[in-house]
Design a protein around this ligand. Structure first.
Ligand SMILES: Nc1ncnc2c1ncn2[C@@H]1O[C@H](COP(=O)(O)OP(=O)(O)O)[C@@H](O)[C@H]1O
Ligand SMILES: [Mg+2]
Length: 245
């Protein structure tokens, strides 16, 4: 086990007077428990707004939980280094003023490490980008190239856990297929654990060995991917499957 989550909650207060006179809470993540094995690919699926991104941010401690526990194994002892995340929109997650070279150097610098000679070229090679792109700014790259850059940056410090939050959703279908193939290849090469998040169960099933189905902040079903896909127990999972059939 590299990660264990127990009763995790994130409630956001609703501002008084906006919807309710008395305030109240949005239960973005509402009592989630699961564990992640080393080298596993865990898919998390559910409709927009069900709490997937909030859960991802809680796991990486980018936001604080309202309550609950996240237990990290020694493999994730330095979370900033041992875990990385790729978000849905590469344009929003890259600094518009940094060229590709600086983007790829940044994780090393952030940890006071000197990028070894060749580390940047190796990263480019891993994600299939040419080194002629190193001087380009994010807006001078295509959508697919930008997402490859985000993946390369995430791989820089050889994480043990990679969280992919809707990594294909901003891309057109041909590029989606290429990035999915890249992720499968990298997984095979490095064997890090993946948490692959998507609203689309058809995409999740292509990559995951185990799947969690989320609805309104809660896990409504979890299990081996083939079981959930062939014999979903929960009505909501059936609906997700019917929607992509
Ligand atoms: N910073 C925030 N403040 C208040 N509400 C938030 C915040 N972030 C997310 N939410 C709310 O929490 C719920 C879950 O959002 P999110 O985790 O982004 O869902 P998903 O990624 O599944 O689309 C939504 O109702 C969203 O509006
Ligand atoms: Mg999201």
């Amino acid at each position: 086990m590299i990660l264990e989550v127990k009763g995790l909650k994130k409630y956001y207060p609703i501002e008084k007077g906006l919807f309710k006179a008395s305030g109240g809470f949005i239960r973005a993540v509402d009592g989630v428990s699961f564990s992640l094995a080393e080298k596993e690919t865990l898919g998390i699926v559910g409709e927009s707004g069900c709490g997937k991104t909030t859960l991802a941010k809680l796991l990486l401690k980018l936001i604080a939980a309202t309550s609950g526990e996240i237990i990290f194994s020694s493999k994730l002892s330095n979370l900033r280094k041992d875990a990385a995340i790729v978000f849905q929109d590469p344009l929003l997650s890259l600094d518009p003023r940094m060229n590709l070279k600086d983007i790829l150097l940044e994780p090393f610098q952030a940890h006071g490490l000197k990028a070894e000679r060749g580390s940047i070229n190796r990263l480019l090679e891993l994600v299939g980008l040419s080194n002629t792109l190193l001087t380009r700014l994010p807006r001078q790259l295509s959508g697919g190239e930008r997402q490859r850059a985000c993946i390369a940056r995430a791989l820089a410090l050889s994480p043990k856990l990679l969280i992919l939050d809707e990594p294909l959703s901003s891309l057109d279908s041909i590029i989606q297929k290429q990035i999915l193939e890249l992720l499968l290849k990298l997984k095979e090469e490095f064997g890090m654990a993946y948490i692959f998040i998507s609203h689309n169960i058809a995409v999740v099933k292509k990559i995951s060995t185990r799947i969690l189905v989320m609805f309104q902040g809660k896990i409504v079903e979890q299990g081996a991917a083939d079981e959930i896909l062939t014999q979903p127990a929960c009505g909501y999972t059936k609906k997700l499957l019917e929607a992509v059939r």
